[in-house]
Write a protein of this length. Structure first.
Length: 279
């Protein structure tokens, strides 16, 4: 029996109106999302890929309840996210946590690491001070930093270590869903594999559901069980990772897969392809 999805998006549209260019002409409407639907099962590692401007980050903001869709439904843990005031989204703030692309800009430089990691626990009024201190120690150890990192500031760490701090903060409230938005794209190539392996280990250790967003198909293939491909605000194809990469059906997906550099193509002198599938 297939379990109920932990995250469900149904026919979601999101429109934005650009500022007026004159008093007589209203601003142009931009269709950022157009009929997006997807389900994520408990414990799944689900990838969302696409070019910049395809709608990936907009979709994440709707899933996290930061913005509301123009139409459509978003459910997390069987509860609707759409149309609820912030005071009724406590279940979402506790069950879904975000990890952002640039760790330095997402960490307050004036706060010590212990306070950064404990911040969601304080906001959600979880436990007393002693329990929070113990939880901070636990998650810092889990991401490979250790208790000695707690008294330092973000600028005293490397980029990869700062992303581990972001992961520790996301883990602290004990979420069910971890949403990672381009979590390694701001890191040096030498650090990406380390942070990716940490994410995979944390998902398994803490029994998390992972939603992993990236423009890098090679990274998504390494991390995810299933993938949705977005283009121009739509999901053009989705399915198991190996199946989608080995036999993509949509023309846009075929172009994306061919655009991934491989040693075999380099040695064969393969010609470049655009993302519409034309050579």
């Amino acid at each position: 029996m297939t379990p109920d999805p932990i995250l469900s998006v149904r026919d979601v549209h999101r429109d934005y109106r650009r500022p007026r260019t004159s008093l007589r002409r209203p601003g142009q409407v931009v269709h950022a999302l157009r009929g997006v639907s997807l389900d994520v099962s408990p414990g799944e590692k689900f990838g969302i890929v696409g070019e910049s401007g395809s709608g990936k980050s907009t979709l994440l903001r709707l899933i996290a309840g930061i913005e509301a869709p123009t139409s459509g439904a978003v459910e997390v843990l069987g509860q609707s996210v759409v149309g609820r005031p912030e005071r009724q989204l406590g279940f979402l703030r506790a069950s879904l946590q975000l990890v952002f692309q640039d760790p330095m800009s997402s960490l307050d430089p004036r706060m010590r690491v212990r306070d950064i990691v404990a911040e969601p626990l304080v906001a959600q009024r979880s436990g007393d001070r002693a329990w929070r201190a113990e939880r901070v120690h636990e998650v810092l150890t889990a991401v490979g930093l250790g208790a000695e990192a707690a008294d330092r500031y973000p600028h005293q760490f490397s980029g990869g270590q700062r992303q581990r701090i972001s992961l520790a903060r996301a883990l602290a409230p004990g979420p069910s869903i971890l949403v990672a938005d381009e979590p390694v794209s701001a890191l040096d190539v030498s650090l990406r594999a380390q942070v990716l392996n940490v994410i995979i280990d944390l998902v398994e250790t803490f029994d998390l559901t992972l939603v992993f967003v990236s423009h890098d198909l090679a990274v998504v293939r390494h991390v995810c069980d299933r993938v949705a491909v977005m283009h121009d605000g739509c999901v053009v194809e989705q399915g198991p990772t190996a199946e989608l990469y080995d036999a993509p059906k949509d023309r846009y997906t075929q172009g994306l897969v061919r655009a991934v550099p491989t040693l075999r193509r380099a040695l064969a002198g393969a010609t470049a392809h655009d993302l519409t599938g034309r050579s």
